[in-house]
Design a protein around this ligand. Sequence first.
Ligand code: NAI
Length: 287
Amino acid sequence: MGTYAVTGSASGMGAQVAAKLRAAGHTVIGVDLRDAEVLADLSTPAGRDGAAAQVLALCDGRLDGALLGAGVGPLPGADSARRIFAINYLGVVELAQAWRPALAATGRAKVVVIASNSATTVPVVPGAAIRALLRGDVDRAARVMKWFGPAAPSLAYAASKIAVSRWVRRSAVTAEWAGRGIRLNAIAPGAILTPLLEKQLATPSEARAIHAFPVPVGDFGDPGQLADWMMFMLSDAADFVCGSIVFVDGGSDAYLRANAWPKAVPAWGVPAYLWRFAKHRLAQRAV
Ligand code: NAI
């Protein structure tokens, strides 16, 4: 039986995954603001550092997997963008990086990040904020969002999920992750009936927007079913899955963006594409 770190283990999808892992006989080290083995506020640098270190101490330097599920929705408020970025982006990336040696130690570890279909279904998310996040510059990303007035929380939420998805795709394929036997992937849920969504539904304007959003299967997702997908992605069935963003969203992404992907590399992208081939060949020769 294995040892798994689960952030956001006190509620919603994280709680469901933690319960399913425990029921399967695994040890779970939960990280959350309350009701968890490790109590930490992932919105602060001290909270993230403390959570990373405490999990490493509790797992004895060996992790079979991790679910990075702690997150917040598009919160209203003056400093909301910064908080969203700190929890949804740094709270994933910093912890995953800190735990990477422990994940590598078991040789076949799986990491699942909870992203969102907001990454592809929210229009005109500012690229400057996404680029700043990928550089780890939350201050700059939060400054960018100040230009967007009342739309800032939704755009910040989408930016956090685009950045974290891109970080997953960029990192998963590298020698530090794939090369050390770790499979790093993300799941992109649509609207799932958890306390996070219930909070949004309690605000009439947000509820109207959520109900107006197209979901071809016509309902909210069930957190237990989402947890089953994550369990699969944490299992050995995922040995050949690397850098994937798995959409489990009732068809919203396909409905709104049917022609966006898959797509051939355009002519202007061929030099960069060939450069990736050449880099791979050089790396193979260096081994
Ligand atoms: P939830 O609100 O039920 O669970 C989120 C957990 O994260 C809570 O236990 C909360 O205490 C924890 N958390 C929040 N801020 C934290 C902080 N500063 N430090 C430590 N822990 C903190 O929500 P849900 O829906 O289960 O969300 C899980 C993930 O799924 C989030 O990343 C969310 O963005 C994502 N997601 C949710 C969707 C939905 O419709 N429910 C849709 C797409 C993505």
